[in-house]
Design a protein around this ligand. Structure first.
Ligand SMILES: CC(C)(COP(=O)(O)OP(=O)(O)OC[C@H]1O[C@@H](n2cnc3c(N)ncnc32)[C@H](O)[C@@H]1OP(=O)(O)O)[C@@H](O)C(=O)NCCC(=O)NCCS
Length: 161
């Protein structure tokens, strides 16, 4: 499968909302209002992946100075384990590095074994547990990664971002 990445456009919103509802259980999925807020934060960025005409996944990040934050990454089930999450994350990290971000943080549910394996594979390390982070009393791991020299180099060639 060939995936094409591009920046978010406002007309994507409803599809991204629907994908988020499919990717997360109700206690974790964003409401329209939450998703809209995250997409419009200062420093927010969103990369969308298309498989043909269909949106297959997306990633939303936020940043302030040297810190970046992964708000969400969503890959539709039919497109998982085909490196799409990896592609989206790599693009998002390059874009964060180009803005001067040096460390990226995120939260993930402590029972989301697929996501934990995904983040660990990409160099994210657990720095603590946030109790009752999600509604319904679910805990989250707080994870962090220092962006490497390879990410710094991407600042020079912005056409690839
Ligand atoms: C987590 C998620 C984004 C991964 O997307 P993906 O496109 O399937 O990931 P990739 O194909 O790039 O996987 C890269 C590596 O991550 C790890 N990984 C991904 N999914 C995994 C799973 N279900 N079980 C174990 N390891 C997994 C593997 O090491 C994998 O490499 P491999 O396929 O060579 O073994 C996707 O499962 C998803 O959208 N889940 C629902 C939403 C979610 O939980 N998001 C993260 C919350 S913080």
């Amino acid at each position: 499968m060939i995936f094409k990445l591009r920046s978010y456009k406002p007309e994507d919103f409803e599809t991204l909302y629907e994908i988020d509802q499919l990717c997360y259980e109700p206690a974790i999925a964003y409401s329209r209002r939450e998703l809209r807020n995250y997409l419009s934060f200062p420093g927010a960025d969103c990369v969308v992946a298309k498989a043909g005409a269909k949106i297959a996944g997306f990633i939303v990040t936020a940043s302030a100075d040297a810190w970046g934050y992964i708000v969400t990454i969503d890959v539709l089930e039919a497109y998982r384990r085909q490196r799409l999450g990896t592609l989206l994350l790599a693009r998002a990290e390059r874009r964060l590095a180009a803005k001067g971000v040096r460390q990226v943080a995120l939260e993930t549910a402590t029972d989301n074994t697929a996501a934990i394996a995904f983040w660990q594979k990409h160099g994210y390390r657990t720095r603590g547990i946030r109790k009752d982070y999600y509604s319904g009393g679910r805990d989250a791991y707080s994870m962090v990664k220092r962006l490497n020299a390879g990410a710094k180099k991407a600042r020079k060639g912005s056409e690839a971002l």
